[in-house]
Design a protein around this ligand. Structure first.
Ligand code: GLU
Length: 438
């Protein structure tokens, strides 16, 4: 596959160097540049994608329960909208930075393009530990943040969704705030946000969509490796929404979860960790620490990574799979459930060791795909049954997985480069047809 360059590159359109070469954003730009070189991406498209269109930084005061006020910092990075409205999650995390948000927004552009959704890419959030504030404080933070962003988001311009540290409750507050500050719109604009609760116009299956999407990708791609879900062994880094649902669906299909690690530590159960009791435990206690079951024991970090499994799913924060972890891993496939979990050095080590890496922009795209389905339902005033949503999700993500496999074969490259090439080709065609204004 190669992108047809019908016009010469624009003069002066060489990609801009990101400010910090070791940053997460530099890593994301590198994904584009590496794949771009492989599929002959026109230089000017690479240059456009090497910076976000808009970087919005806001500061706002919120009254705490004890009567004091605290100033919060929030971001919304609108990376690209050539294919449709900016789209992407809102993260609440104490370490959130501008640079990380830019990287996550770029990956959203790629993810939506790869899925062929009519969306661009964005990401945002607030620098806050959501566990350190009360529910009432979290609601006030969300409402002030939404008000600060209100001129920049909208159902046809930029559509937030849940991400790390946020959930359907936060999305419901965002939607309510937006509707209350946009005249007499009733619920007509509720598709300003996706990932809402069902009561507020959310879609069936949105909660489990990312984990379910990952399993559909595996169903499509694993036969090539002669691995079946039934009998497959798995380890998971992280045990939140994505890993929890993926673990449930995989074990229901006959797989065995042998090791789990989260921010509190790790556990190993060579004959299998009971997933449903672990999920209930985590829902109650906030982490896997203290979980007990027959045959399950605590393990240290290195032991966790060295556990022999067919499949390893990193579904926590960015860059947790570094060169050391890549050397320890004892698996055949790594399926990225979280965004940007693997450093470029780790990816190179995995490649040398013959471990296949399935990229996040494919593996975790189930969430934004069902977000799109929610947006369509809201726009057209319908509510689809779970089976219908599930069928659409499966179709969309399976076709994307096929495109990636085909590109990997035709370009003779790995799945990561292939996924970025498929996304870039789609974006590039749109730029070439539209031209650059004026
Ligand atoms: N936060 C999710 C992601 O990183 C979902 C985004 C969305 O639904 O817009 O893909």
């Amino acid at each position: 596959m190669s992108i047809d360059v019908s016009s010469p590159p624009l003069p002066g359109a060489e990609p801009l160097a990101p400010q910090d070469p070791g940053s997460l954003f530099a890593m994301a730009v590198d994904n584009v540049n590496t794949a771009g070189a492989l599929c002959h991406l026109p230089e000017y498209v690479g240059a456009i994608l090497s910076q976000p269109k808009n970087e919005i930084i806001v500061h706002f005061p919120v009254r705490l329960d004890d009567g004091r006020y605290r100033i919060f910092k929030g971001y919304r990075i609108q990376h690209n909208n050539v294919l449709g409205p900016y789209k992407g999650g809102i993260r609440y995390h104490p370490d959130l930075s501008l640079d990380d948000t830019k990287a996550l927004a770029l990956w959203m552009t790629m993810k939506c393009a790869l899925m062929r959704l009519p969306f661009g890419g964005a990401k945002g959030g607030v620098k806050i530990d959501p566990r350190s504030v009360s529910s009432a404080e979290l609601m006030r933070v969300t409402r002030r943040f939404t008000t600060a962003l209100a001129a920049n988001i909208g159902p046809e311009t930029d559509i937030p969704a849940p991400d790390v540290g946020t959930n359907s409750q936060v999305m419901d507050w965002m939607m309510d705030t937006y509707l209350n500050t946009h005249g007499n719109s009733g619920i007509g604009l509720r598709h300003v946000v996706t990932g809402k609760s069902i009561a507020c116009g959310g879609s069936e299956e949105r909660d489990k969509a990312t984990g379910q999407g990952l399993v559909y990708v595996l169903l499509e791609l694993l036969p090539e490796f002669k691995i079946k879900l039934s009998g497959m062994t798995v380890s998971l880094l992280g045990f939140g929404n994505v890993a929890g649902y993926a673990a449930s669906i995989l074990t229901a299909a006959g797989a065995t979860v042998r090791a789990v690690m989260d921010h509190s530590g790790s556990i190993i159960g060579s004959a299998g960790i009971p997933v449903e009791p672990l999920r209930s435990y985590v829902a109650q206690h906030g982490s896997i620490a203290g979980f007990a079951a027959p045959g399950v024991r605590p393990a240290h970090r290195e032991e966790f990574y060295r556990t022999e499994v067919d499949l390893f799913i990193p579904a926590a924060l960015e860059r947790m799979v570094d060169h050391q972890v890549a050397q320890w891993l004892n698996c055949r496939i790594v399926a990225e459930g979280g965004n940007g979990p693997t450093t470029p050095e780790a990816a190179a080590i995995l490649r040398r060791r013959g471990i296949t890496l399935l990229p996040a922009i494919l593996c975790n795209a189930g969430g934004v795909t069902v977000s799109y389905l929610e947006w369509v339902q809201n726009k057209t005033g319908v509510h689809w049954e779970a089976v219908h949503v599930d069928r659409e999700l499966r179709k969309t993500i399976t076709l994307a997985a096929r495109r990636v496999r085909l590109a990997a074969h035709s370009l003779d490259t790995d799945m990561c480069n292939a996924a970025f090439c498929v996304a870039l080709e789609h974006i590039s065609r749109s730029y070439q047809q539209r031209g650059i204004f004026p």
